[in-house]
Design a protein around this ligand. Sequence first.
Ligand code: ATP
Length: 357
Amino acid sequence: MARYRIGVLEGDGIGPEVVGAALQVVEAVTHSIPGLTLDLIPLPVGLAAIHTHGVALPPSTVAALEECHGWIMGPHDSESYPPAERAKRNPSGELRRRFDLYANIRPARTFSGVPSLAPAADLVVVRENTEGFYADRNMAQGAGEFMPTPDVALAVGVFTRRGAERIARTAFRLAQGRRRSVTIVHKYNVLRLTYGLFLETCRAVAREFPDVAVEDYHIDAMAAHLVRRPGDFDVIVTTNMFGDILSDLAGELVGSLGMAGALNAGDERAMAQATHGSAPDIAGRGIANPVGGLLSTALLLHWLGDRHGDPGAHAAGERIEAAVAATLTAGVRTPDLGGSARTLEFAEAVQERIAAE
Ligand code: ATP
């Protein structure tokens, strides 16, 4: 019997719609797996929290997350927050830092029934999430960007052996459960010390995993390879900024932004959050594609399965993935994919498939 406390943070824009769809599907999947219980705990965040608590990320929400195994988070529309809130790190960034969610796992795969530039891709970008050139997250205090004069801007990139080691281990472990291949992406020919440390550390970790094939590419070459032969890659491990760019490229190759699921994972906790933003242009109309949120939720269930040695949680993740794939194959599609299904219709179709198994 496994029981998990899962926070539910709807967020802004289409957040309540796509998170609502994820909850419907979670309910179906927990019914279908005996012994798996998810206690879903709604917690305020974003604009709703600003209205009720005065801040986008109330301390009570953070305290409640301390008691959770993981959480499902919608997107936030930080641009629409009042100036005092906009000046702060955004809620997801704050949670990433607070809970040391160092691995950003971003799968990209083609689904039959979804038009795609890459006919047969199934890969995962494993992106380091806490250092590199991200000025808002690579410093203990202050930001890693500064201007000594109005005409000179400097940025600090942070690359540590510990950061490289833990992201490389995440990638190699993931590859062991997939096609056993890891591609390290770097820019060692130009950034000799920083990318030298990253590459050397990833290669050292690779030696702990002799059953996994390893190769490496410079980022520029990798962008070309990814476009030319996306089906050849399994797990791609890289630094923060390269991972951000490559995962968007991979996502675009396999379909719509609304399809991309993602997980922010640490050793103790994980946050499921789709790659897409709050999409204010379609918010409230009930037409958002819920697939990114559903696949993110499946990733969280797999993470729980690994972290707690629980085959039931893995099975729940697999059932969601299989039901989403079957629903798309059956031609149920939201308007961003050229279909006419509404968000909740898609979720209901997934729910029915899970219940029918
Ligand atoms: P942010 O800065 O929050 O990432 P953004 O405007 O850069 O916001 P999105 O909010 O993701 O990015 O929206 C980009 C475009 O993709 C918009 O036209 C939006 O409607 C569309 N889009 C994003 N997510 C979805 C989704 N789940 N379903 C359908 N369309 C989506």
